[in-house]
Design a binder for this molecule. Structure first.
Ligand code: E4P
Length: 214
């Protein structure tokens, strides 16, 4: 499984990118709005920061508008992935983007049938929102397993981006269940590498070494 960061905050992207683990970035209208900056300026700064898939979501809800917006976004960089919602209009747009060789990420996916439809329409990526399912007492991780099984059985090339990640266990389980990517908030990235025994073990090594020097 490969790591994406789920943010429109360029400083957060730069910080985690220094770890050498980032494959790309996902954004959505809420994440962009949170930064309070011009969308295109933000995307251009992200494009200059990382060489990998950068998901940028359209705002239009009709296929025509999605296509017009998406073509402009895709023109910014070869790395731009046009993100569209899992709707009828979104599927129509994905079909057109697929013919134009524009990469797409179908978002707001909450069941396996939606993921299969998106894949058959030609989506490059699908984004099942496991955290939001958990939030309402459903099994988000089971959705990852179901989609991975269906894509494997039918030899589908569409890749799964486990999204709406809430904590490190989501990352572990998404990896075990065959998700190709996990898109992870900055805060959760910081949690991923932490363990109290690592910290205490390092302190002990340093203390023992210091004692030897006395
Ligand atoms: C992917 O980029 C999704 O938009 C994002 O992971 C949603 O996360 P949320 O459910 O915490 O808003």
């Amino acid at each position: 499984m490969r790591f994406l960061i789920d943010t429109a905050n360029v400083e957060e992207i730069r910080d985690i990118h220094e770890w050498g683990v980032l494959a790309g970035v996902t954004t959505n209208p809420s994440l962009v709005a949170k930064e309070g900056r011009d969308f295109i300026d933000t995307l251009n700064e992200i494009i200059d920061t990382i060489d990998g898939p950068i998901s940028a979501e359209v705002i239009s809800v009709d296929a025509k508008g999605m296509i017009e917006e998406g073509e402009k976004l895709a023109a910014l960089s070869k790395n731009i992935v046009v993100k569209v919602p899992m709707t009828e209009e979104g599927l129509k747009a994905v079909k057109v983007f697929s013919k134009k060789k524009i990469k797409t990420n179908v978002t707001l996916i909450f069941n396996a049938n939606q993921a299969l439809l998106a894949a058959r329409a030609g989506a490059t990526y699908v984004s099942p929102f496991l955290g939001r399912l958990d939030d309402i007492g459903q099994d988000g991780l089971q959705l990852i397993s179901d989609i991975a099984e269906i894509f494997e059985v039918h030899g589908l090339d569409t890749e799964i981006i486990a999204a709406s990640i809430r904590h490190p266990i989501h990352v572990t389980e998404a990896a075990k269940r065959g998700s190709h990517f996990a898109t992870i908030p900055y805060k959760v990235f910081k949690q991923l590498l932490q363990h109290p025994l690592t910290d205490s073990g390092l302190q002990k090594f340093l203390a023992d070494w210091a004692n030897m020097q006395k």
